[in-house]
Design a protein around this ligand. Sequence first.
Ligand code: ZN
Length: 458
Amino acid sequence: MTKSKKQVFNRRGFMGLAGLTVSSIAFPLTPLKEETDNGSVPMASSRAAVSYRTLREGNVFFDGEKVVVTAYKAMRFFKKEFSHHFNKMRIYRMECPDFKFGTDYGEYFPALDYKQAELIFHDKMQPLLDSKFHFEDKTVQLGTTYCYWMASAEGEPEGPLAVRVRDPEVWWNYDKVRSKVESLGKKYPSLVKVSEIGLTTHKRPYVGLNVGKGKKCIALVGAVHAGEAGPEIITYVLEKLLENHQDLLKKVSLVVIPSANPDMRDRLVRGNPWYLRRNPNMVDINRNFPADWDSVDATYGYSTDDPQSNTYRGMYPGSENETTAIIGFIKKHKPKLLLSYHCLASIAGETFAGSKEALQNPAFMERCNTYARMFWGAMDYRDAKQEKIYFMCTAGSIPTWGYKELDMPAFDLEAPFDPADLAQCKQDHTDQVLLKKYQEKHLKGIVALLKGIDAEKK
Ligand SMILES: [Zn+2]
């Protein structure tokens, strides 16, 4: 029973970074005094200490510089009589080099055993308000996934809790995206307008931008799926367009949502080790659009009508704050085309995916192909075999919505053509060098699209 209980708590511990439960007390129902003929006497202290499980709630996150591990005592253990259990706290840590982003999920971690971990702290830890333990690990390495266990003076440690230490320059959180776009607005007030176009699920302002003065425009949408690409590439492109291509922006402008699922992206920035896709309501925003929403799809082995699936479409079309904000903003500006950034770990490549519904409409497919060819034509690395649009996007997706509702070519940007780059981002090994390469690629591709749209007759 103890074993199954431990497994349950471990599972709960991995369901998200907010309010993690490290574990509970192993035998909370065991009396701490034993009844004897002579009345109650204290239990042998060794037995109490060995069986005693200290920490009730815990949390682990990366704050941009260090990993923080915290845990709370249960109320009853505030009492002085238990204080000796907390004389020396222990923190164990283990690196998890073979954990694969997007392949393994939470089940990888519970199988790990603290006995193989390193004891990185064994000392007195003063609890805050006599209840909360707080440990800072400043010796972590960027790009490494760790498991932590926490323990009192004796007994089995609680854990593991997993965290991935991601480069904050490669994974931008909400605040960073917002401050970057606001600084562009301040630097180029006549060309950049930053707006709050709605609210995120967590009720934070949802950021949209208008860049340029042209009547015709292109739309860019970043990181609808939290673990994928967007703000880091898009913001770089905007910065460089404003530095070097203002003439072009006066002819064709951009409407931009740099980070379309920022609540969940922040969890990844804070160290959630495995791939996250949906919004905080566990809805896949890219299945929630009012475009054939009723038809159930089973791509990737997930059913869109299953609330537990990673591609859950939501309660009704447009049920999510993020979806309605995107719809309102895009409809208002009527772009010529839309690029939505996907793939993995801040990198999207040259692969274009369009709505599978468009396969019924050769004229629309040709419009899509014209734009994709403009983009590919600007690339240094060309691959004729890969230069084709995959018309595979499903019901409820942005590309299908673009086609059905707005007669607008809209694409999910997916894998890099270069297999080595794809392998690197798929494993969450994107570094600043790889990111820079794709920032430059997309800058070239978008300049080509702006020029191509400018040259169009209408
Ligand atoms: Zn995606």
